[in-house]
Design a protein around this ligand. Structure first.
Ligand code: RIB
Length: 335
Protein backbone atom coordinates (compact mmCIF):
# COMPACT_ATOMS: atom_id res chain seq x y z
CA UNK A 1 0.00 0.00 0.00
CA UNK A 2 1.74 3.25 -1.12
CA UNK A 3 2.28 5.84 1.60
CA UNK A 4 2.35 9.63 1.61
CA UNK A 5 6.18 9.32 1.74
CA UNK A 6 6.14 7.31 -1.52
CA UNK A 7 4.02 10.00 -3.17
CA UNK A 8 6.44 12.73 -2.00
CA UNK A 9 9.45 10.84 -3.38
CA UNK A 10 7.72 10.17 -6.73
CA UNK A 11 6.66 13.85 -7.08
CA UNK A 12 10.03 15.10 -5.77
CA UNK A 13 8.41 17.19 -2.99
CA UNK A 14 8.25 17.06 0.82
CA UNK A 15 5.68 14.98 2.73
CA UNK A 16 4.33 18.26 4.12
CA UNK A 17 3.65 19.51 0.56
CA UNK A 18 1.75 16.30 -0.24
CA UNK A 19 -0.32 16.81 2.92
CA UNK A 20 -1.09 20.46 1.98
CA UNK A 21 -2.20 19.37 -1.51
CA UNK A 22 -4.48 16.61 -0.12
CA UNK A 23 -5.98 18.70 2.71
CA UNK A 24 -5.93 22.13 1.05
CA UNK A 25 -4.32 23.52 4.19
CA UNK A 26 -1.88 25.87 2.38
CA UNK A 27 -1.39 27.30 -1.15
CA UNK A 28 0.78 25.10 -3.40
CA UNK A 29 1.75 26.25 -6.93
CA UNK A 30 -0.30 24.57 -9.68
CA UNK A 31 2.63 22.75 -11.30
CA UNK A 32 3.53 21.12 -7.98
CA UNK A 33 -0.11 20.26 -7.36
CA UNK A 34 -0.24 18.53 -10.75
CA UNK A 35 2.96 16.55 -9.96
CA UNK A 36 1.56 15.45 -6.60
CA UNK A 37 -1.84 14.48 -8.04
CA UNK A 38 -0.14 12.58 -10.86
CA UNK A 39 1.97 10.69 -8.29
CA UNK A 40 -1.19 9.84 -6.30
CA UNK A 41 -2.89 8.48 -9.42
CA UNK A 42 0.13 6.52 -10.67
CA UNK A 43 0.85 4.96 -7.25
CA UNK A 44 -2.83 4.47 -6.34
CA UNK A 45 -2.35 6.22 -2.98
CA UNK A 46 -5.42 6.54 -0.71
CA UNK A 47 -5.22 8.97 2.27
CA UNK A 48 -5.77 7.30 5.68
CA UNK A 49 -8.96 9.09 6.70
CA UNK A 50 -8.90 7.57 10.18
CA UNK A 51 -5.35 8.83 10.82
CA UNK A 52 -6.29 12.23 9.42
CA UNK A 53 -9.39 12.27 11.56
CA UNK A 54 -7.46 11.39 14.69
CA UNK A 55 -5.06 14.27 14.00
CA UNK A 56 -8.03 16.63 13.69
CA UNK A 57 -9.88 14.83 16.52
CA UNK A 58 -12.75 14.15 14.09
CA UNK A 59 -13.66 11.38 11.66
CA UNK A 60 -16.68 12.91 9.88
CA UNK A 61 -18.53 9.71 10.75
CA UNK A 62 -21.85 9.57 12.61
CA UNK A 63 -23.32 6.42 14.15
CA UNK A 64 -27.05 5.70 14.19
CA UNK A 65 -28.64 2.94 16.27
CA UNK A 66 -32.20 1.74 15.55
CA UNK A 67 -34.18 -1.13 17.14
CA UNK A 68 -35.36 -2.73 13.86
CA UNK A 69 -33.99 -1.63 10.49
CA UNK A 70 -36.58 -3.84 8.72
CA UNK A 71 -39.34 -1.50 9.97
CA UNK A 72 -40.00 1.24 7.38
CA UNK A 73 -40.61 3.71 10.21
CA UNK A 74 -36.96 3.57 11.27
CA UNK A 75 -35.74 3.27 7.68
CA UNK A 76 -37.42 6.57 6.80
CA UNK A 77 -35.82 8.35 9.75
CA UNK A 78 -32.42 6.86 8.87
CA UNK A 79 -32.82 7.97 5.25
CA UNK A 80 -33.54 11.54 6.32
CA UNK A 81 -30.52 11.56 8.65
CA UNK A 82 -28.22 10.14 5.99
CA UNK A 83 -29.41 12.71 3.41
CA UNK A 84 -28.56 15.67 5.65
CA UNK A 85 -25.40 14.08 7.06
CA UNK A 86 -23.97 13.28 3.61
CA UNK A 87 -24.64 16.81 2.38
CA UNK A 88 -22.78 18.12 5.41
CA UNK A 89 -19.76 15.90 4.66
CA UNK A 90 -20.52 13.09 7.12
CA UNK A 91 -20.81 9.35 6.58
CA UNK A 92 -23.57 7.67 8.57
CA UNK A 93 -23.11 4.13 9.94
CA UNK A 94 -26.49 2.47 10.57
CA UNK A 95 -26.56 -0.19 13.32
CA UNK A 96 -29.52 -2.46 14.09
CA UNK A 97 -29.92 -3.48 17.75
CA UNK A 98 -32.83 -5.84 16.98
CA UNK A 99 -34.37 -4.59 20.21
CA UNK A 100 -31.58 -6.38 22.11
CA UNK A 101 -29.94 -4.57 25.02
CA UNK A 102 -26.76 -6.67 24.61
CA UNK A 103 -26.51 -5.97 20.88
CA UNK A 104 -27.21 -2.29 21.47
CA UNK A 105 -24.44 -2.08 24.07
CA UNK A 106 -22.03 -3.92 21.75
CA UNK A 107 -22.74 -1.51 18.92
CA UNK A 108 -22.27 1.50 21.19
CA UNK A 109 -18.86 0.12 22.21
CA UNK A 110 -17.93 -0.44 18.56
CA UNK A 111 -19.02 3.04 17.50
CA UNK A 112 -17.16 4.67 20.39
CA UNK A 113 -14.02 2.68 19.50
CA UNK A 114 -14.24 4.02 15.92
CA UNK A 115 -13.91 7.57 17.23
CA UNK A 116 -17.20 8.55 15.58
CA UNK A 117 -18.07 12.25 15.89
CA UNK A 118 -21.61 11.69 17.22
CA UNK A 119 -24.44 9.20 17.71
CA UNK A 120 -28.16 9.30 17.04
CA UNK A 121 -29.89 6.75 19.26
CA UNK A 122 -33.35 5.21 18.91
CA UNK A 123 -33.23 3.00 21.97
CA UNK A 124 -34.30 -0.63 22.25
CA UNK A 125 -36.01 0.68 25.38
CA UNK A 126 -34.56 -1.91 27.72
CA UNK A 127 -31.89 0.07 29.52
CA UNK A 128 -30.26 3.46 29.98
CA UNK A 129 -26.80 1.82 30.04
CA UNK A 130 -25.91 2.30 26.34
CA UNK A 131 -26.79 6.00 26.54
CA UNK A 132 -24.86 6.37 29.78
CA UNK A 133 -21.77 4.89 28.04
CA UNK A 134 -22.10 7.50 25.29
CA UNK A 135 -22.51 10.34 27.77
CA UNK A 136 -19.55 9.08 29.84
CA UNK A 137 -17.41 9.12 26.68
CA UNK A 138 -18.59 12.74 26.14
CA UNK A 139 -19.60 11.91 22.58
CA UNK A 140 -22.35 14.18 21.20
CA UNK A 141 -25.65 12.28 21.11
CA UNK A 142 -29.30 12.87 20.21
CA UNK A 143 -32.05 10.52 21.43
CA UNK A 144 -34.95 10.14 18.99
CA UNK A 145 -38.50 8.76 19.27
CA UNK A 146 -38.04 6.65 22.42
CA UNK A 147 -37.66 8.89 25.43
CA UNK A 148 -34.91 7.95 27.87
CA UNK A 149 -35.97 9.61 31.09
CA UNK A 150 -34.57 12.98 32.06
CA UNK A 151 -30.93 12.22 31.25
CA UNK A 152 -28.88 15.23 30.14
CA UNK A 153 -29.13 14.62 26.40
CA UNK A 154 -30.89 16.24 23.43
CA UNK A 155 -34.14 14.47 22.55
CA UNK A 156 -36.44 14.58 19.49
CA UNK A 157 -39.75 13.08 20.60
CA UNK A 158 -43.34 12.72 19.44
CA UNK A 159 -46.55 13.75 21.19
CA UNK A 160 -47.74 10.15 21.50
CA UNK A 161 -50.44 10.99 24.05
CA UNK A 162 -52.00 13.26 21.43
CA UNK A 163 -51.58 10.52 18.83
CA UNK A 164 -53.48 8.01 20.93
CA UNK A 165 -56.14 10.62 21.64
CA UNK A 166 -56.57 11.36 17.91
CA UNK A 167 -57.15 7.66 17.17
CA UNK A 168 -59.74 7.34 19.94
CA UNK A 169 -61.49 10.62 19.12
CA UNK A 170 -61.74 9.64 15.45
CA UNK A 171 -63.31 6.24 16.14
CA UNK A 172 -65.79 7.56 18.71
CA UNK A 173 -66.72 10.37 16.30
CA UNK A 174 -67.59 7.63 13.75
CA UNK A 175 -69.94 6.18 16.34
CA UNK A 176 -67.85 3.22 17.53
CA UNK A 177 -68.34 2.30 21.17
CA UNK A 178 -66.95 -1.27 21.33
CA UNK A 179 -63.29 -0.68 20.50
CA UNK A 180 -60.26 -2.91 21.03
CA UNK A 181 -56.61 -1.91 21.45
CA UNK A 182 -53.45 -3.78 20.43
CA UNK A 183 -50.76 -2.23 22.62
CA UNK A 184 -47.10 -1.54 21.91
CA UNK A 185 -44.25 -3.11 23.94
CA UNK A 186 -44.88 -2.23 27.57
CA UNK A 187 -41.24 -1.35 28.32
CA UNK A 188 -41.58 1.71 26.08
CA UNK A 189 -42.96 4.90 27.61
CA UNK A 190 -44.46 5.82 24.21
CA UNK A 191 -46.71 2.75 24.44
CA UNK A 192 -48.11 4.00 27.73
CA UNK A 193 -48.54 7.51 26.31
CA UNK A 194 -50.53 6.22 23.31
CA UNK A 195 -52.82 4.20 25.59
CA UNK A 196 -53.29 7.17 27.93
CA UNK A 197 -54.39 9.42 25.08
CA UNK A 198 -56.63 6.72 23.61
CA UNK A 199 -58.35 6.20 26.99
CA UNK A 200 -58.79 9.97 27.40
CA UNK A 201 -60.64 10.21 24.10
CA UNK A 202 -62.92 7.30 24.95
CA UNK A 203 -63.59 8.74 28.42
CA UNK A 204 -64.61 12.04 26.81
CA UNK A 205 -67.12 10.07 24.70
CA UNK A 206 -68.47 8.36 27.82
CA UNK A 207 -66.85 5.03 26.95
CA UNK A 208 -64.80 2.95 29.36
CA UNK A 209 -62.07 0.85 27.72
CA UNK A 210 -62.43 -2.53 29.44
CA UNK A 211 -59.22 -4.40 30.36
CA UNK A 212 -60.24 -7.38 28.23
CA UNK A 213 -60.43 -5.10 25.16
CA UNK A 214 -56.66 -4.52 25.46
CA UNK A 215 -54.15 -7.10 24.20
CA UNK A 216 -50.36 -6.90 24.33
CA UNK A 217 -48.52 -6.41 21.04
CA UNK A 218 -44.87 -6.12 20.01
CA UNK A 219 -44.82 -3.70 17.05
CA UNK A 220 -44.40 -6.60 14.58
CA UNK A 221 -46.87 -8.02 12.03
CA UNK A 222 -47.11 -11.26 14.02
CA UNK A 223 -47.85 -9.42 17.25
CA UNK A 224 -50.75 -7.66 15.57
CA UNK A 225 -52.07 -10.94 14.17
CA UNK A 226 -51.87 -12.69 17.55
CA UNK A 227 -53.49 -9.71 19.26
CA UNK A 228 -56.37 -9.71 16.79
CA UNK A 229 -56.84 -13.47 17.16
CA UNK A 230 -57.09 -13.01 20.96
CA UNK A 231 -59.58 -10.16 20.62
CA UNK A 232 -61.74 -12.32 18.32
CA UNK A 233 -61.47 -15.22 20.76
CA UNK A 234 -62.79 -12.99 23.56
CA UNK A 235 -65.91 -12.38 21.45
CA UNK A 236 -66.34 -8.75 22.52
CA UNK A 237 -68.53 -7.67 19.56
CA UNK A 238 -65.92 -5.11 18.61
CA UNK A 239 -66.66 -2.77 15.70
CA UNK A 240 -63.20 -1.14 15.71
CA UNK A 241 -59.61 -1.80 16.77
CA UNK A 242 -56.74 0.65 17.26
CA UNK A 243 -53.27 -0.91 16.77
CA UNK A 244 -50.30 0.98 18.28
CA UNK A 245 -48.34 0.76 15.02
CA UNK A 246 -49.05 0.10 11.33
CA UNK A 247 -47.27 -3.26 11.13
CA UNK A 248 -49.52 -4.66 13.86
CA UNK A 249 -52.56 -3.15 12.10
CA UNK A 250 -51.55 -5.00 8.90
CA UNK A 251 -51.19 -8.25 10.87
CA UNK A 252 -54.60 -7.69 12.44
CA UNK A 253 -56.26 -7.13 9.05
CA UNK A 254 -54.75 -10.37 7.71
CA UNK A 255 -56.37 -12.30 10.60
CA UNK A 256 -59.73 -10.63 10.02
CA UNK A 257 -59.61 -11.60 6.34
CA UNK A 258 -58.83 -15.24 7.20
CA UNK A 259 -61.74 -15.19 9.64
CA UNK A 260 -64.04 -14.05 6.81
CA UNK A 261 -64.45 -10.57 8.28
CA UNK A 262 -64.25 -7.43 6.14
CA UNK A 263 -62.49 -4.15 6.85
CA UNK A 264 -64.11 -1.71 7.43
CA UNK A 265 -67.57 -3.27 6.95
CA UNK A 266 -67.22 -5.63 9.93
CA UNK A 267 -64.35 -4.04 11.86
CA UNK A 268 -62.67 -0.64 11.41
CA UNK A 269 -58.91 -0.48 11.92
CA UNK A 270 -56.61 2.43 12.81
CA UNK A 271 -52.81 2.12 12.84
CA UNK A 272 -49.91 4.39 13.86
CA UNK A 273 -46.75 5.56 11.98
CA UNK A 274 -48.01 5.99 8.37
CA UNK A 275 -45.43 3.69 6.79
CA UNK A 276 -45.59 3.64 2.94
CA UNK A 277 -47.55 0.34 2.99
CA UNK A 278 -50.43 2.08 4.80
CA UNK A 279 -51.48 4.01 1.69
CA UNK A 280 -50.75 1.10 -0.69
CA UNK A 281 -52.99 -1.45 1.05
CA UNK A 282 -56.55 -2.28 -0.03
CA UNK A 283 -58.37 -0.98 1.94
CA UNK A 284 -55.82 1.74 2.59
CA UNK A 285 -55.04 2.13 6.29
CA UNK A 286 -56.26 5.02 8.40
CA UNK A 287 -53.38 5.88 10.69
CA UNK A 288 -51.65 8.43 12.92
CA UNK A 289 -48.77 9.80 10.86
CA UNK A 290 -45.42 10.38 12.56
CA UNK A 291 -43.22 13.09 10.91
CA UNK A 292 -40.32 10.70 10.14
CA UNK A 293 -38.51 13.00 7.69
CA UNK A 294 -38.67 15.89 10.15
CA UNK A 295 -37.60 13.64 13.04
CA UNK A 296 -34.50 12.70 11.05
CA UNK A 297 -33.74 16.22 9.87
CA UNK A 298 -34.16 17.83 13.30
CA UNK A 299 -32.08 15.15 15.05
CA UNK A 300 -29.09 15.35 12.67
CA UNK A 301 -29.17 19.17 12.76
CA UNK A 302 -29.16 19.06 16.57
CA UNK A 303 -26.26 16.60 16.52
CA UNK A 304 -24.17 18.60 14.03
CA UNK A 305 -24.68 21.71 16.15
CA UNK A 306 -23.36 19.76 19.15
CA UNK A 307 -20.38 18.46 17.15
CA UNK A 308 -19.45 21.88 15.77
CA UNK A 309 -19.77 23.55 19.17
CA UNK A 310 -18.19 20.66 21.06
CA UNK A 311 -16.44 22.95 23.51
CA UNK A 312 -19.59 24.94 24.27
CA UNK A 313 -21.73 23.72 27.17
CA UNK A 314 -25.45 24.32 26.59
CA UNK A 315 -28.52 22.81 28.17
CA UNK A 316 -30.02 19.64 26.63
CA UNK A 317 -32.77 20.45 24.14
CA UNK A 318 -36.08 18.58 24.02
CA UNK A 319 -38.12 18.84 20.83
CA UNK A 320 -41.69 17.46 20.80
CA UNK A 321 -43.11 17.03 17.28
CA UNK A 322 -46.84 16.72 16.48
CA UNK A 323 -48.59 13.83 14.75
CA UNK A 324 -51.43 13.91 12.23
CA UNK A 325 -54.53 11.75 11.62
CA UNK A 326 -54.50 10.39 8.05
CA UNK A 327 -58.04 9.26 7.22
CA UNK A 328 -58.22 6.48 4.59
CA UNK A 329 -60.46 3.46 3.82
CA UNK A 330 -60.04 1.12 6.80
CA UNK A 331 -62.67 2.81 8.99
CA UNK A 332 -66.37 3.41 8.50
CA UNK A 333 -69.14 5.49 9.99
CA UNK A 334 -71.14 3.26 12.33
CA UNK A 335 -74.25 5.32 12.91
O1 RIB B 1 -43.31 0.88 14.30
C1 RIB B 1 -42.32 1.01 15.27
C2 RIB B 1 -42.78 1.81 16.44
O2 RIB B 1 -41.69 1.94 17.31
C3 RIB B 1 -43.22 3.21 16.01
O3 RIB B 1 -44.55 3.50 16.42
C4 RIB B 1 -42.21 4.13 16.63
O4 RIB B 1 -42.76 5.06 17.52
C5 RIB B 1 -41.17 3.24 17.26
O5 RIB B 1 -40.82 3.62 18.55
Amino acid sequence: MPTMRDVAAYARVSVATVSHVINGTRFVDPQTVDRVRNAIDVLGYRPNSLARGLRRNETSIIGMLVPDNSNPFFAEIARSIEDVGFNEGYSVILCNSDGSEAKEAAYVDTLLSKQIDGIILISSGNSFAPLQSILKARVPCVVVDRELGDLAVDQVLIDNEQGGYMAGEYLTRLGHRHIGYIAGPNQLSLSAHRLTGFRRALDEAGITLPDDAIVQGDFHYGGGAKGMEELLRRDLNLTAVFAANDRMAVGAISVLRRAGLNVPEDISIVGYDNIPLASAMCPSLTTIAQPTAEMGRVSIEMLLARIKQRDVEFAPRRMMLPVELIERESCRLLI
